[in-house]
Each structure stands twice: as structure tokens, then as C-alpha cells.
Design a protein around this ligand. Structure first.
Ligand SMILES: Cc1ncc(COP(=O)(O)O)c(C=O)c1O
Length: 474
């Protein structure tokens, strides 16, 4: 393709192999000794002459990031080689100092909680609307943010996730207006929405709707390699702070393989995005049309749920809540009987994640499997329970809790104690319990439900799933 002529990938492929390498990486581009690695070695260099420097971009990487800036219409777009996680750390670090208070949505990814821990921040939660019958977080209401900001004039930053794993989008324009009215900044974790703002079929990106900083995982939905992401700013004044933060939270040896995949992704979208997005859109429309005829299973995009501002249709969320199987069971059936591997399951749904590379062949395979399974299912109430929104009381900041003396106890002995660790299901990596919160019977019942479905919960400290670290009061 023509665009490849200017790309980093082409430049790496053309790199003069006669040049003798006395520089990193340690394979020294020696494809004879390391034959099995040769496919990678060919593209793997360090910041040698002519290949620019991610931390001081002036040439090809600058040009590439400038294309991103234009595509999303931002005041600055920065490539990330350490995932959205490094973008979230950089954004939070740039806008806060220790002990500041930030407002986060309860359904934030663990990377946000980790940034709160590391930077020793205080925080309040805003709870998104919640569907108790499905256990799905819905959109965040700007009025709820308004109420919290009125009560807490010391909040400096608001950080929310939109879209969620399930594709639920919040009204970012309204939320941004609310946040700015209170002189705070808005960071949006758009890790699952790298396609946003690039095609009319998908929602606008939050960076185009008033967010100050937006972070997108390019690897999740676009055709860039795992670990790659992008951070956008809408305010020029943030430029140097973000640059400095990125130097802290990213490796000083960014991989040229990863960077060339981001460059390829952005140049492809610039040159051929319309075709790629049209294809994706048409494939999804075809899928949803077919799935209207399912009898027992249902697809979230085909039904109307109150309290969803907008839905990202690239996430195919298949609901099992009117059937006699759980999402976990559906995921297992698809894996073992139809060779289909999904992104994630929950108690009452599964997510078949699609990205820009999704093919009609794959969707046809999924459609066939769903209809085959659907006809064997019984309509009935899924054996699982109603999800109550967990409202846990906090006794200590996350930082103070993890720095405290801890004791490991059996879960059954932990009620009313203060947790010294995080617990989450992965994916989605949203903490169910965080350090500093009081453990309740309700939380333990939820852990038990996961166990009944054979789902391993991840405890950040305890090595076995029936024990937990609590704060030692002595
Ligand atoms: C909502 C959300 N935010 C942030 C992240 C972190 O992204 P990355 O894995 O690109 O660091 C994830 C990862 O799954 C996520 O789901």
C-alpha cells in the first residue's frame, strides 16, 4: 500500500543490513545465531540515527503523532508503549499532588486505583447507574457528579471510564461542563474506545466532547500491537507536564516493533480508515440483524435499557439472564463445543469483543453457534442472583491501608475487619474490594458466588482464595 512508503515499518524493513550493529538490543541483529527469533530481530532496534526518539520526538515519530493529533483533533497526542495503564498514571500524576482529592467512578479499572495508591490520593466515588438484574454498570449521571462536587469543593480531578467493557458510554459533554464549572479537570479512561471519534458509527471521542485528557488503548480495538495506547490532551498548557510524566512512567527503551505498529495503525486509518470502518460497521449490522431472531439469548445492542446514554456496538454483549445458563457456562460451551474464545464472561452475560479486524467469517461462526445453543436452552430465570450495588465503608486511604501491618485470616473471620488488599475478577479488573474498606457479609457472599462458578478471584496479596489480609490493629 502507498502509505507504507512513509511508515516506520517500511523504514525498519529497509534498514541497511550492511551496517554493523554495536548497539542494543543484545541480539545484535544476529539472525543466524538466533534463527527462531529472526522475524522479530529484523525490526528490533534502539534509538539509532534516523529513527527518532519517543521521549524527544522530532522526526518520524513526531510526524506520526501529528497525524493522530489531526485525526482526533487534539492539542497533543502521545504514543504509549506501556499500555493505557501508563497513560492513566501520567494523567493522574500531571494533575494532582499527594493528598489531593479526586472523584472516580466506582467501576474504574485497577490501574486507576493503583495510581491513587501510588500518589497517595484521597478519593470519593461516583456510582454509575446500575442494572441489578444483569450486574452491568450503566452510564454515569452528570447530576450525580454535580452533587458530589458541590459537597466537596476540594476535588481537583474527576476520572471516569467511558466506554465500559460492555460498551456503555456516558454523556461526556454534560459531565465535562459540570466538572469545569467546579474548576476541576476531567480525565476519561477511553481504553475500550480507540475507535471513537474516527467514524460516525461510533460515538465521538471524549477528547472532542470536553475531556481534558483521554487515554485510549490502541491495541484493544484497532490494529496496533498489544501494549500500545495513546494519550490525548485538549489543553495546550498540559503539554509539558504530560511529556515529563510520560518519561517517568514509560520505559526509556520503547520497542520499535510496538511503535511501528502504532505508526502503521494511524497511517492506515488516515489513508484507508473510511473503508476499514465501513467494513466493521457493515459486519456488525449484519450480526445484529441476524441475532434479532434469537429466542432465549439476547444481544444488548438489540434491546433498549434505560440509563444507557449511548452504546458502543463493537462490544457484542450477549445476555443469558432469561435462560437457565450463566454467562460463564455460555463462554465454556462456546469454547469447548464451537472453538470460539470470547473476551470475558460474567454471571449473566458474555462479551464477544470485536475490533477493526473482525471478519464476516468469524461473525458467521458465532451466529451459527449462538443459534445452535439458543434452541437447546430453556427460557427461565437464570439461576443466578440479583446483584446489589456494593456500598462499602472506607476506614483508611488505600495507601495507608497497604502500608499498615497486615494479618492473613480466613475469609469467614474477616467480617467487619478492614481489608488490606484488593480483590477483583480478571477481566474486567474492576476491584470488588479495595484496601481500607470494611469487609461485609455481602462481599463474602459475592466471593462465594464466584467460587460456585469456578471463577478464580484475584487477591492482590493472599496466595489462597479462602484467606484475606486485614489490617492488624495491634
Ligand atoms: C477500562 C480499562 N482501563 C484501562 C485498562 C488498562 O489498559 P492497558 O491494558 O492498555 O494498560 C484496561 C485494561 O483492560 C481497562 O479495561
Amino acid at each position: 500500500m502507498k502509505f507504507l512508503n512513509n511508515s516506520l515499518l517500511k523504514k525498519l524493513r529497509d534498514y541497511d543490513e550492511t551496517k554493523t550493529a554495536f548497539h542494543m538490543p543484545g541480539h545484535m541483529r544476529n539472525k543466524e545465531t538466533f534463527k527462531t527469533l529472526s522475524e522479530f530481530i529484523g525490526l528490533d532496534i534502539t534509538e539509532i540515527d534516523g529513527f527518532d526518539d519517543l521521549h524527544h520526538p522530532e522526526e518520524i515519530l513526531k510526524e506520526s503523532m501529528d497525524i493522530s493529533k489531526k485525526l482526533w483533533n487534539t492539542e497533543g497526542s502521545f504514543y504509549l508503549v506501556n499500555g493505557s495503564t501508563s497513560g492513566i498514571f501520567s494523567a493522574v500524576y500531571s494533575l494532582t499532588k499527594p493528598k489531593d482529592k479526586i472523584l472516580i467512578a466506582r467501576n474504574c479499572h485497577k490501574s486507576i486505583y493503583h495510581s491513587i495508591e501510588v500518589f497517595d490520593l484521597n478519593f470519593e466515588y461516583v456510582y454509575p447507574k446500575y442494572d441489578e438484574s444483569l450486574g452491568i454498570f450503566l452510564s454515569i449521571d452528570a447530576n450525580d457528579i454535580e452533587k458530589i462536587l458541590r459537597k466537596n469543593s476540594d476535588i481537583k480531578v474527576v476520572l471516569i471510564t467511558s466506554p465500559t467493557y460492555e460498551g456503555v458510554v456516558s454523556d461526556i459533554e454534560k459531565i465535562a461542563n459540570t466538572v469545569h464549572k467546579h474548576d476541576a479537570k476531567l480525565i476519561v479512561d477511553e481504553a475500550h474506545g480507540a475507535s471513537f471519534g474516527l467514524s460516525n458509527y461510533f460515538p465521538k471521542s471524549s477528547i472532542q466532547l470536553g475531556a481534558d485528557i483521554t487515554i485510549q488503548s490502541l491495541h484493544k480495538t484497532l490494529m496496533s500491537l498489544t501494549q500500545t495506547a495513546i494519550l490525548h490532551i485538549s489543553d495546550k498548557n498540559l503539554y509539558s507536564k504530560i511529556r515529563k510524566s510520560l518519561e517517568i512512567f514509560q520505559t526509556s527503551s520503547p520497542s520499535y516493533i510496538l511503535m511501528s505498529s502504532m505508526d502503521y495503525c494511524i497511517r492506515s486509518i488516515e489513508q484507508n480508515g473510511e473503508n476499514l470502518f465501513n467494513n466493521w460497521r457493515e459486519n456488525l449490522k449484519y450480526f445484529y440483524e441476524k441475532c434479532k431472531n434469537l429466542e432465549n439469548l439476547r444481544v444488548l445492542s438489540n434491546i433498549i435499557l434505560d440509563d444507557i446514554f449511548e452504546l458502543d456496538n463493537s462490544k457484542i454483549t450477549i445476555l443469558t439472564n432469561k435462560t437457565d445458563i450463566s454467562g460463564y457456562e455460555l463462554m465454556n460451551i462456546l469454547r469447548s463445543e464451537y472453538d470460539i474464545e470470547l473476551e470475558m464472561a460474567s454471571f449473566k452475560y458474555v462479551i464477544a469483543y470485536t475490533g477493526i479486524g473482525i471478519s464476516i467469517k468469524s461473525l458467521d461462526k458465532l451466529i451459527y453457534a449462538l443459534f445452535d445453543i439458543d434452541k437447546k436452552l430453556n427460557l427461565g430465570v437464570c439461576k443466578n442472583f440479583i446483584f446489589n450495588k456494593l456500598l462499602l465503608k472506607r476506614k483508611l486511604s488505600i495507601k495507608d491501608a497497604v502500608m499498615s501491618n497486615l494479618t492473613e485470616v480466613f475469609l469467614k473471620n474477616s467480617i467487619s475487619k478492614i481489608s488490606g488488599e484488593y480483590v477483583w475478577a480478571y477481566p474486567p479488573g474492576i476491584p470488588i474490594l479495595t484496601p481500607g474498606e470494611i469487609i461485609t457479609e455481602e462481599v463474602l457472599n459475592l466471593f462465594q458466588k464466584y467460587r460456585e462458578e469456578n471463577i478464580d478471584l484475584r487477591f492482590s496479596k493472599s496466595k489462597c482464595n479462602d484467606k484475606i489480609n486485614i489490617i492488624n490493629k495491634k
